[in-house]
Design a protein around this ligand. Sequence first.
Ligand SMILES: [Zn+2]
Length: 227
Amino acid sequence: MAVPIKIFCLSDSHGDIPTTTGGMTWDACLHAGDFCSAAMRGGVGRKLGQFKRWADNFGPPVLAVRGNHDAGAGLQVLATSIKDVTGEIVQVTPSLLVAGLGWTGANFFDLPGEAELQAACNALFDKAQPMILPGNSFVLLTHYPGDFGGLFPFTGDRTGFVFKCVRDLTERLRPLVVIQGHVHGHFMSQGTYEWSLGSTLVVNPGPDGGTLLVNVEEKTVSFVMWT
Ligand SMILES: [Zn+2]
């Protein structure tokens, strides 16, 4: 039986570092955005230093998408410690590809609307389309969550928090798994989104993160939270 690919996934750490990474050998790290915090935009604080050291020592590259907090001085300092995959399709292995969806406005409290994120979704899908082949599998790494109906409870105005365009991108791209962040109330949850033509695992890892196991031959995934 093939050895699964081991990926450490987390999100919304805002300069904090995970409690543990389990002391195992990882194939990749995926961060679903908001690795900086608003305070880091104007300067480099202690928290940014600790996150930078953590990312530098992780082992394999820390692949990350940008959230609403990820800009300015913090992003510049982390430029050599993380690989920004916002708007990119990146190989983890020859047949496992990460599609990165992020967005950052002028201020951390600026959030995208459907139209703004739709443009990013369309551009990302256009890049991915030539690589949608029978032998390839995708991970959709997105700071902004899809509006997956009742899969994760959300009350109030969904504008800027959960997005129909991310759900539509999921249905078009058909990733094995969606790793998403941003909505803190959803941390440490996962569920399977099913639609008429398929299904996909959706994970909200949060800052402590967890382990994603991917079997590329069988095209199966599982996710285990740390806590
Ligand atoms: Zn956010």
